[in-house]
Design a protein around this ligand. Sequence first.
Ligand code: Z5A
Length: 213
Amino acid sequence: MSRGKFITFEGIEGAGKSTVAQAVCEWLQARGHSVLATREPGGTPLAERLREIVLERGAEDVSPLAETLVMFAARALHVANVIAPALARGTWVVCDRFTDATRAYQGAGRGVDPTLIERLAEAAQGPTVPDRTLLLDLPVGTGLARARARSGAAADRFEAETVAFFERVRAGYLAVARAAPQRVRVIDAAQPAPAVRDAVIGVVAALDPRVKA
Ligand code: Z5A
C-alpha cells in the first residue's frame, strides 16, 4: 500500500479554502481515491475543543505565545491520531490550514519568534509535512468582504482583527511560498470560483499517479 498524499489549503479569511477543498475531495473520490477532509485547528474531538477555546472571544487575554502553543497542541493530536494514520493506510488527506497558518498568523501576524515556531513544528508534526500546499492569495479587502457577507454572525477572535493584521498575515503567507516554492503553489483566489477550482485541480492532478501526463 503506497502512502496517501497530504494536501493543505492556506490563505486569509474568505480566500475560498473550504469551497475549493470540497471540490478537490470530490475530484479525488471520483478517481477512486480514499480521501479524508479535515481542518485546523481541529480534526479530532479534543483538538476541536481546543479550537473552540482558542477562537472564542472570552474575557481573558490570550497572549501570542499561548495562542501558538494551543495551535500546536491541537496539531500534535491531529497529526498523531488522524493525519499520519490516514496517510499510512493510503488515504489522501485534504486539510484546511496547517503549520503555514501558524507561520502566517502567529509568526507574521502576532510577532511570535519564527525559530520557536519551527522548533514546535518539528516536535508536533515530525516528518508529516504536506506534499503540496495551495496558497489561495487575494487582496485582504476582497477576502474580508466575502467572509463578512457569508457569516454575518458574531466575529471570533481572528475575524475581529484589523485590516493591518490581515495584511501582515498575507505577507507572511507569501514569504512562506517564496521560501518553499516546490511545496507551495500560489493561486490567484480573486478569480471567479470555477477558475480557482480549475487552477487548484491542475496542481492536485500533477500529484496523482492515476492521471496520465
Ligand atoms: N489559525 C491560526 O491563527 N493559526 C493556525 O495555526 C491555524 C488557524 C491552523 C480559523 O480558521 C482561524 O484559526 C483562522 C486562522 C486561525 N482565522 N481567520 N481568519 P478557519 O479556516 O476556520 O476560518 P477562516 O479562514 O476564517 O475560513 P473562512 O472564512 O471560512 O474562509 P475560506 O474557507 O477560505 O472561504 P470559504 O468559506 O470557502 O468562502 C468564503 C465565502 O466566499 C463563501 O460565501 C464562498 O461562497 C465565497 N467564495 C469562495 N470562493 C469564491 C470566489 N472565487 N469568488 C467569489 N466568492 C467566493
